[in-house]
Design a protein around this ligand. Structure first.
Ligand SMILES: [Ca+2]
Ligand SMILES: [Ca+2]
Ligand SMILES: [Ca+2]
Ligand SMILES: [Ca+2]
Length: 246
């Protein structure tokens, strides 16, 4: 009869095998910004931030489109104010006054990335998508925004943003991952170390495990998307070339 411990160990092994060494090397290459073969916390944190921001921009695009009434790709103070007008909330002035605080480059309007902290300040996206179809409707937006605007005037927008965008959680998982992987304890992680990390007793089921699996998935999707684009372009070029020959 197999002991419970063996079964648990086998389950852990299956989890580890769901990620290949090659996939860990893809993750390593994506993090190794200066391509010196070693990944530092600072390098990894940049990737975590980038992936997270890209995801948040995708999620907030429907809100941006709704609020950007003149469709110039920016949110102006007027557009923001007009949208607030439609909501039955307290503390509108506080929110209005906070607009400038988000305008990092001080050009008087918010680009999508500047507007991100504002959106996450107003509403946590995960909770917002009430019918869970991955899209936000205006009514979903106003429902939650109204609640938050009424109750949470004193939230520090930047902290709120980091928290809700999962950047903090991501960086904590990154620290765990690099800590487990750094077997020679030199404060940096080589591709071999990262691939070997899968066999660390504490890796299976950890936050490091779940987050790296997500990062790898996003990276692989991005690579696949790029390859599709290149193939489509190559096909287009071939067609162009054939036409010229005729
Ligand atoms: Ca490096
Ligand atoms: Ca606009
Ligand atoms: Ca701006
Ligand atoms: Ca190391």
């Amino acid at each position: 009869m197999r002991s419970a411990l063996l079964i648990v160990a086998a389950a852990g092994q299956m989890q580890i095998q769901s990620m290949s060494g090659a996939q860990m090397r893809i993750l390593h290459a994506a993090m190794d910004e200066d391509s010196d073969g070693r990944v530092t916390i600072a390098e990894g944190a940049k990737l975590v931030r980038r992936l997270r921001t890209a995801l948040m921009l995708r999620q907030s695009a429907p809100i941006m489109q709704t609020m950007d009434t003149d469709r110039d790709g920016y949110l102006s103070a007027e557009e923001f104010r007009a949208d607030l007008e439609h909501m039955d909330v307290k503390g509108k002035r506080t929110i209005e006054d906070s607009f400038d605080g988000f305008d990092t480059d001080r050009d008087g309007r918010l680009a999508a990335e500047e507007a991100l902290p504002l959106f996450t300040f107003l509403l946590p996206f995960q909770k917002l998508d009430t019918d869970l179809d991955g899209r936000l409707t205006l009514s979903e937006f106003q429902e939650v925004a109204a609640e938050r605007l009424a109750s949470d005037e004193r939230v520090n927008a930047t902290e709120h943003y980091s928290y809700h965008s999962g950047i903090w959680a991501g960086i904590a998982a990154l620290r765990e991952l690099l800590g487990l992987a750094d077997s020679d304890a030199d404060g940096q992680v080589s591709a071999d170390e990262l691939a070997e990390c899968r066999f660390h007793a504490k890796f299976g089921g950890s936050a490091a495990y779940h987050h790296s699996r997500d990062w790898i998935k996003v990276l692989e999707e991005a690579v696949a998307g790029l390859q599709q684009q290149q193939q489509a372009k190559a096909k287009e070029d071939r067609r162009g070339g054939q036409k010229e020959e005729l």
